[in-house]
Design a protein around this ligand. Structure first.
Ligand SMILES: NC(=O)c1ccc[n+]([C@@H]2O[C@H](COP(=O)([O-])OP(=O)(O)OC[C@H]3O[C@@H](n4cnc5c(N)ncnc54)[C@H](O)[C@@H]3O)[C@@H](O)[C@H]2O)c1
Length: 259
């Protein structure tokens, strides 16, 4: 019970990695705010946590909408009273396409959730974390630091790279309040993120992967969300008390060979 008496907020916790993380933190004693833009999926995760004997509360909010998120965090704090752990996980794949085929509003849509949404999550949660210290973990992606041979994900990759550097900057800024900030970068993981994904004209920039350095030497299958949740739980716990500003790839080695 590493998280006894702790309160955690997980964004995008209605599905995939966020849901697995919420369940893991709750199983080890945390009271968890299950935040998602989808009220139904958040409610289902809360029901499963409660059925397993844990404590959780559904929070409906869009992380890219400042008013929606500010009100949701304030409401959660009114009932939970404190905040020790934040997992900034919510994100979308957005449009993958050749750069000239991406419309400005499509680029913005990806940055609004993954970039602006992560900023707003910190903006509204940090004042509560600062009160007693705590841990914040951002869920970036293999695309944020590698995966150069996976074509068309430029908007997504740019948003995910920004998250990695954001974590480093905030680790330094928040250290004096004993708030640790780390970032994990999963490889391909089973989830519903394909529903937030569209592709256009990808064939036109397809790469002959057999020519990429290192390709073919390592085959990496999809990860289970629990593989990511384990690392996030460890980073969120006192076992990682002196770990901050760290970027941790969790991809079975895929980033070592994907360019
Ligand atoms: N699945 C993968 O292969 C993979 C790999 C690397 C990184 N990631 C990252 O992991 C994170 C979680 O993705 P997942 O794979 O579990 O996907 P998922 O689609 O299963 O879960 C994401 C959740 O975030 C919610 N969400 C989306 N936009 C939101 C918003 N504006 N406000 C609030 N909630 C919102 C969705 O409703 C959904 O429940 C994302 O940041 C994603 O980029 C996923």
């Amino acid at each position: 019970m590493r998280f006894q008496d702790k309160v955690a907020l997980v964004t995008g916790a209605g599905s995939g990695i966020g849901a697995a993380t919420a369940r893991r933190l709750a199983r080890e004693g945390a009271r968890v705010g299950v935040l998602d833009v989808g009220a139904q999926s958040a409610g289902e995760v809360v029901a499963a946590i409660r059925e397993a004997g844990g404590a959780a509360q559904a929070i409906e909010a869009d992380i890219s909408d400042a008013d929606s998120l500010q009100n949701a965090v304030a409401e959660f704090m009114n009932t939970a009273g404190r905040l020790d752990i934040v997992v900034a996980n919510a994100g979308i794949n957005g449009l993958w396409a050749p750069i000239e085929d991406i419309e400005a509003h499509e680029w913005d849509a990806t940055q609004n959730v993954n970039g602006r949404g992560t900023f707003l999550t910190f903006k509204f949660c940090v004042p509560h974390l600062k009160k007693q210290g705590g841990s914040a973990t951002i869920v970036s992606s293999l695309h944020g630091h590698a995966g150069l041979t996976i074509m068309g994900s430029t908007a997504y990759a740019a948003s995910k790279a920004a998250q990695i550097h954001m974590a480093r900057k905030l680790a330094v800024e928040l250290a004096r309040w004993e708030v640790r900030v780390n970032v994990v970068s999963p490889g391909y993981t089973r989830s519903r993120i394909g529903q937030s994904h569209s592709k256009r004209n990808i064939e036109s920039i397809k790469l002959d992967i057999s020519r990429a350095p290192g390709s073919g030497r390592l085959h990496v299958g999809p990860l289970d969300p629990d593989h990511i949740a384990s690392a996030i739980a460890w980073l969120s716990s006192d076992e990682a008390a002196f770990i901050t500003g760290v970027h941790l790839p969790i991809d079975g080695g895929e980033s070592l060979v994907s360019g």
